[in-house]
Design a protein around this ligand. Structure first.
Ligand code: RIB
Length: 331
């Protein structure tokens, strides 16, 4: 395999000149640059990112820390980050935090150790000051959560999304809406809980009724079974689930106890994952543009890496209420 020395020899220049061409830093006259590039082509020499990094200190690698790749909302974000990274010649190291602060901290330290140039961080629920201590000087963009003191942030208005979801149920004629919430330590889950409460207060048909769960299908299923055990006036006629996976669990619970989702029970989710259109009934949900958010976050990160210390950017993406069969009340 050809080395940088072979290229230098063939082009008749020093190794440091070849290195300047590869890393595009320092002056090299146009003719010499052409000779070096020709020599690289003739020898089939392709400088690896590692070789480049030895000179420039760059690794062309960023990290992506997400809570759980098995939740279909996160692959959308991951695709967006990856596509933007690849388009800019960067690689991505994927890390799952499992919603655990210790695991998140471990991965962030690892990414710094591996000399990643920055990180896109999703769904963290650790204290901001603790997080910033671990991240140190590494550029980062937060997705799904607004960071108050540092970094760029990209997210949707979770509170307003939840308010919109709950309001939609009342407007469709449902009278008693229960909320199955995500883990209380997760910011988006808390914001959604506030949005739900706001709509409940506004319509004032009943007190807020909340079951705390875990953003997983099994959690939604178990919670719905408990809620639907209730008889009489306290039994809800609708459930707003804090994400689509839990809403899919609610649909399964309806099936189990023999009631018709959408008819006997209105159901709304949050995220707009691809499969939400193919459940039975199809799921009404608040769609958040995960792919675009991921892509934008990566774009902001790469920009920060190249031009550090610019104005902090906070971008709130629009969500969309997708009305489907799970809230088609038969009046
Ligand atoms: O489905 C997982 C949820 O956790 C998503 O709604 C996302 O917003 C995150 O907070």
């Amino acid at each position: 395999m050809a080395t940088i020395k072979d290229v230098a020899r063939l082009a008749g220049v020093s190794v440091s000149t070849v290195s300047r061409v590869i890393n595009d830093n320092g002056y090299v006259n146009a003719e010499t640059r052409k000779n070096v590039i020709n020599a690289m082509e003739n020898l089939g020499f392709r400088p690896s990112n590692i070789a480049r990094g030895l000179v420039s200190g760059k690794t062309y690698t960023i990290g992506l820390v997400i809570p759980d790749i098995s939740n279909p909302f996160f692959p959308d974000i991951a695709r967006g980050v990856e596509d933007e990274a690849i388009a800019n010649n960067y690689n991505v190291i994927l890390c799952n935090s499992d919603w655990k602060v210790e695991r998140e901290t471990m991965y962030l330290s690892l990414l710094i150790e591996k000399r990643c140039e920055g990180v896109v961080l999703v769904g963290s629920h650790s204290e901001e000051s603790d997080l910033l201590k671990v991240i140190g000087k590494m550029p980062f963009v937060s997705v799904d959560r607004e960071m108050v003191h540092a970094g760029h942030s990209v997210w949707v208005d979770n509170e307003f999304g939840a308010y919109t979801a709950t309001k939609h149920l009342y407007e469709e004629g449902y009278k008693r809406v229960v909320h199955i919430s995500g883990p209380p330590s997760v910011r988006s889950a808390n914001a959604r809980l506030s949005g739900y409460k706001k709509a409940v207060r506004e319509f004032n048909y009943h007190e807020p009724q909340i079951i705390e769960s875990d953003f997983r299908t099994s959690g939604g299923y178990e919670s719905a079974l408990k809620v639907l055990e209730q008889q009489g006036d306290s039994r809800p006629d609708a459930i707003f689930a804090g994400n689509d996976l839990m809403a899919i669990g609610v649909i399964q619970a309806c099936e189990k106890i023999g009631i018709k989702g959408g008819v006997d029970l209105g159901i709304v989710g949050f995220d707009g994952i691809g499969s939400s259109a193919y459940t039975s009934p199809s799921l009404t949900t608040i769609f958040q543009p995960g792919y675009e958010m991921g892509r934008r976050a990566c774009h902001l990160l790469l920009d920060e890496i190249v031009n550090p210390g610019k104005r902090r950017i906070k971008e709130v993406f629009n969500f969309e209420l997708l009305v489907r069969a799970s809230t088609k009340w038969i009046k």
